[in-house]
Design a protein around this ligand. Structure first.
Ligand code: FAD
Length: 471
């Protein structure tokens, strides 16, 4: 029987990064993955971050070329070829999955394909696709089994016109009318893809705003932009009944306005249910261990990702922290550093950047204006629009703004909120500034190159100090 220092169950961005870091730390490491072929990388790489961003890239390019005439680039008859788009997306995924396999070999990590379960103290069982079992012996286990699409109990997902985020990635044609339930990151990204591919899109959100966890001004701007682009957006609305067959989908939608609730029937060609994710913790061998799994299926951990069972850690989408690839990876590194006795610093979850790659992009770090006020800060804000930024005009993308939330007393940066071009790249400026506990004055003193989109961050800092320069 193989003897390991660390066995990681699950090869998503939590698991595979943990495995690499573990091997690099001199620990004998194995990874267990249940995907039938050697396709490592988890949800993120196979069905999440990577394929969706490939689709978003094609939608961006399509939009840019269609608007080319506005800047003198006459790209006539621009069209989408879904089969070629799917082939491109497949290549991107395969290249990245191959990269993860290569890194496993390079770092001498044993890959065991099969379903992994805790199997008593210091043991992990691996059940292979042919039913054969092997047992691995290990000092530590890192559970990184991730999540799956959450399905609403009243919606039958079997008709092929009712889709979850896994299924919509494989579409071979552009839906005529796509209804999306859920205006969080996943829902708005697919809505942005298919709107620009040519679908009619209706976005339905239960909360009073789209991207409800973002700063209220950002959510309002996103909704305004979606509507301007031709999307129908129904907030404070819920789908209460769905009937689907081979011809299409019919659903009842209730919308609340003040005390009144109105109801309408919407007919569409396809329905995407993007109402969240569910942790994959049902079959990990938790029975008989001291692992605590709550009613939502989430594993309880301490600040070093330790579960209640000695030597067993849990990371990523199965714990109650933001369900993002970069969080899973950081948690994997933290768990390994704790195992290696490196006395690591726990993660400051206030500094997790949140990115949504819809059009326009949205990104934030730290506290929203409302959250900062609720936390008792005397808040000052600074807002600067991309319409006054030279680089945004050059790119022909002038929608959106940068918003700074700061503490009046100590001038500390509390939050950065961006909606607009390259927001998901620009946010790192705020994350780094907050990691370094920067003041707004320090942000403003930082020389920003011209012409860049990042100048909007410096201008928002000027605005928070009293006056922006270019407005
Ligand atoms: P996962 O990536 O879910 O990986 C878990 C792995 O464990 C899987 O490979 C699974 O097969 C395997 N596994 C499960 N159980 C077992 C078992 N018992 N034995 C062996 N193997 C097992 N996040 C971002 O940060 N940026 C984005 O742009 C982004 N876009 C997304 C888009 C979509 C459509 C979706 C659905 C998600 C997106 N996410 C994004 C979220 C991100 O994908 C997850 O937060 C991330 O993948 C979680 O990583 P993980 O390692 O915890 O688990």
């Amino acid at each position: 029987m193989s003897q390991y220092d660390v066995v990681v169950i699950g090869s998503g961005p939590g698991g595979y990064v943990a495995a690499i870091h573990s091997a690099q730390s001199g620990l004998k490491t194995a990874i267990v993955e249940r995907e039938p072929t050697e396709r490592l990388g988890g949800t993120c790489l196979l069905r999440g971050c990577i394929p969706t961003k490939a689709m978003l890239h094609t939608a961006d390019m399509l939009e840019t070329l269609k608007k080319g005439d506005q800047i003198g680039v006459m790209a006539n008859d621009v069209a989408l070829d879904m089969a070629k788009m799917q082939a491109y997306k497949g290549r991107v995924v395969q290249k990245n999955a191959g990269g993860v396999s290569y890194l496993m070999k390079k770092n001498k990590i044993d890959v065991h394909l099969g379903h992994g379960r805790l199997a008593g103290k210091g043991k992990v069982s691996v059940e292979k696709a042919d039913g054969k079992k092997e047992t691995l012996s290990t000092k530590n286990v890192i559970l990184a089994t991730g999540s799956t699409c959450f399905h609403l109990p009243f919606i039958d997902m079997s008709p092929e016109r009712v889709l979850d985020s896994d299924a919509i990635l494989e579409m071979e044609e552009v839906p005529e009318h796509l209804v999306v339930i859920g205006a969080g990151a996943v829902g708005t990204e697919f809505a942005s893809v298919f709107l620009r591919y040519g679908s009619k899109v209706t976005l339905i959100e239960m909360a009073p705003a789209v991207l409800p966890s973002e700063d209220h001004e950002v959510s309002a701007e996103a909704e305004k932009s979606f509507k301007k682009q031709g999307m129908t957006v129904l907030t404070s609305s819920r789908v209460t009944d769905v009937k689907a067959d081979a011809a299409g989908v019919k659903m009842v939608v209730e919308t609340k306005k003040g005390d009144k609730t109105s109801s309408q029937t919407i007919e569409a060609s396809h329905l995407l249910v993007a109402a969240g994710r569910a942790p994959r913790t049902q079959d990990i061998g938790a029975k008989g261990t001291r692992l605590k799994i709550n009613e939502r299926g989430v594993v309880e951990v301490d600040e070093f990702m330790r579960t209640g069972e000695p030597g067993v850690y849990a990371i990523g989408d199965i714990v109650d922290t933001p369900w993002l690839a970069h969080v899973a990876s950081k948690e994997g590194i933290l768990a390994v550093d704790h195992i290696a006795g490196k006395n690591p610093r726990p993660i400051n979850y206030r500094l997790v950047p949140m990115c949504t790659y819809c059009s326009p992009e949205v990104a934030s770090v730290g506290l929203s204006e409302r959250a900062a006020k609720e936390a008792g800060y005397d808040v000052k804000t600074g807002v600067f629009p991309f319409s006054a930024i030279g680089k945004a005009a050059i790119l022909n993308k002038t929608e959106g703004f940068v918003k700074i939330v700061a503490d009046k007393k100590y001038d500390e940066l509390l939050g950065l909120h961006i909606i607009g071009p390259k927001a998901t790249e620009l946010i790192t400026e705020g994350t780094l500034a907050m990691e370094l506990e920067s003041t707004i004055e320090e942000l403003l003193m930082t020389i920003h190159p011209h012409p860049t989109l990042a100048e909007a961050v410096a201008e928002a800092a000027h605005a928070a100090m009293g006056h922006a320069i270019h407005i």
